[in-house]
Design a binder for this molecule. Structure first.
Ligand code: FAD
Ligand code: NAD
Length: 461
């Protein structure tokens, strides 16, 4: 059996693992990364990027459909637009190929050795990898576990046949006529919106009393309104009971209903990938289903770190990347610890939702606050983009005006997330935002105006 020794072994080349390996390589650490599938992990191959590609295709199609229907106030007309999902999926696969190839190239450039195969712990310093050319043993001084997450299954709706997860939804060759989405969270609403725009009759079955329950009701109301305008049926407080002939049986308000469906997309969360790689050999302390880590991503075993989705919420690519970079720098002897003020959350629905830091209700529990909300209907740029729904909202301490949280809902507001994160990370006060010139005409002026509103002197409302 072949043996390899290295200073650092990273298991899993998703955003957490590949960033950790690249940074370690840059810092001169002798690094090996093991990946069973493709470099880039869930995010690049079956998650963030493919879903955003599909969402973009759906947005483009919805736009031309509106023009073809003679509804465009811009004076543009078109005849008979068609959509070919197989072609759009091939285009998406091309983007995935470019990105996964790019990550492989970056790893090589940083001097990282990549081993393709499934890794399994033998003990705290040794891993065995099943590769195409036989087993490979790797001994390492330090190991980073970055094995990510997998879709949470529903026992009453096992995957197969019409029941699919996001992975299959992103590879469909035809738009389903009737799509039932079980779980109205991130994935269910991002993909549900895209398929509704592509022509599916979409029904969302959500257990809680509103969709996107992770965010506050004020923030998500414009999303629910737009979904209804797209013809999506939102069944909240609803429970999936099981498959029936040609569809799904659900319970809503104590009554049983049958939903006809060609595909049933199950998106009820993701669970950490802790099975099949020998966790039992190293017996780490867990935090519920996740691997417990401290503020340096150290596990309960010396020399073993864990990052990304396998360590818990929020399961977001940018959190995994930041943890990966930190661990590499710690291993190079840098003084680092997890000291982030906030992790931005963006939901790519239509309109998009951004939340950084605390929502008003949460902030209020810490003391007296001021809140400023500026609606996009008073923003010139939003009007010229034909999308003036949504708002920017800022919450700050009442005494010293230090900003505690910033949220927005609106078309394209994902790109505002960086301004919000920077303000929180820099410890900005309302006056700092109010004193910064925001380019005109941009949607970002909504941020300036929300801060002014909280100070009591908004200019454009
Ligand atoms: P992963 O990306 O899951 O990577 C883990 C890798 O480890 C995988 O490639 C796997 O093959 C490999 N692996 C596991 N075990 C082994 C083993 N024993 N041996 C070898 N290899 C192994 N997040 C965002 O921030 N923004 C978004 O817009 C977004 N959209 C999403 C859309 C969808 C449809 C989905 C499913 C997820 C989305 N996410 C998004 C979440 C994001 O994909 C994850 O948070 C992110 O990928 C986590 O990174 P990770 O490195 O922890 O793990
Ligand atoms: P989620 O946690 O966002 O949403 C799951 C939803 O399913 C919740 O609203 C929950 O109330 C509902 N639910 C749970 N059990 C149910 C049941 N039996 N019947 C009906 N509804 C039920 O999970 P997800 O959409 O699967 O996404 C998984 C994770 O992937 C997210 O939490 C997020 O971390 C990540 N993600 C992020 C993005 C992004 O950043 N834009 C996009 C997609 C996914």
């Amino acid at each position: 059996m072949k043996e390899l020794t290295c200073k650092l072994l990273v298991i899993g080349a998703g955003p957490g693992g590949y960033v950790s390996a690249i940074r370690a390589g840059q810092l001169g650490i002798d690094t090996v990364i093991v990946e069973a599938a493709k470099p880039g992990g869930t995010c690049l191959t079956i998650g963030c990027i493919p879903s955003k590609a599909l969402i973009h295709a759906a947005d483009e199609y919805a736009r031309v459909l509106e023009m073809a229907a003679g509804r465009s106030p811009l004076g543009i007309t078109l005849a008979e637009p068609r959509f070919d999902l197989a072609r759009a999926v091939a285009w998406k696969d091309g983007i995935v190929g470019r990105l996964t190839g790019g990550v492989a190239g970056l790893l090589t450039k940083a001097g990282v050795k990549t081993v393709q195969g499934w890794a399994r712990f033998r003990d705290g310093k040794t891993v065995e990898v099943e590769t195409e050319i036989g087993p490979q043993v790797i001994r390492a001084e330090s190991i980073v576990i970055a094995t990510g997450s997998v879709p949470q299954p529903l026992s009453i709706l096992p995957l197969g046949g019409p029941v699919i997860s996001s992975t299959e939804a992103l590879a469909l060759q035809e738009v389903p006529k009737r799509l039932v989405v079980v779980g109205g969270g991130y994935i269910g609403l991002e993909l549900g919106t895209a398929f509704a725009k592509l022509g599916s009759a979409v029904t969302v079955v959500e257990a809680q009393d509103r969709v996107l329950p992770l965010y506050d009701a004020e923030l998500t109301a414009p999303v629910a309104k737009h979904l209804r305008a797209l013809g999506v049926t939102l069944l909240t407080g609803a429970k999936a009971k099981g498959l029936t002939e040609g569809g799904l049986e659900v319970e809503v308000g104590g009554e049983s209903r049958r939903l006809a469906a060609d595909r049933i997309l199950v998106t009820v969360g993701r669970r950490p990938n802790t099975a099949g790689w020998g966790l039992e050999q190293i017996d780490l302390v867990m935090a519920g289903p996740y691997i417990r880590v401290d503020e340096r991503c150290r596990t309960s075993m010396r020399g073993i770190y864990a990052i990304g989705d396998v360590t818990g919420e929020p399961m977001l690519a940018h959190r995994a990347m930041a943890q990966g970079e930190m661990v590499a720098e710690l291993l190079a002897g840098h003084k680092r610890a997890w000291d982030k003020v906030a992790i931005p959350a963006v939901c790519f629905t239509d309109p998009e939702v951004v939340s950084v830091g605390m929502a008003p209700a949460e902030a209020k529990q810490q003391g007296e606050t001021v809140v400023g909300l500026f609606p996009f209907r008073a923003n010139g740029r939003a009007m010229t983009l034909q999308r003036d729904d949504g708002f920017v909202r800022v919450v700050a301490r009442a005494d010293n005006h230090v900003i505690l949280g910033i949220q927005a809902v609106g078309a394209g507001v994902a790109e505002l997330s960086v301004a919000f994160s920077l303000a929180l990370e820099m410890g900005a006060r309302l006056e700092d935002v109010a004193g910064t010139i925001h380019a005109h005409p941009t949607q970002s002026e909504g941020f300036l105006e929300a801060a002014l509103k909280a100070l009591g002197h908004a200019l454009h409302i």
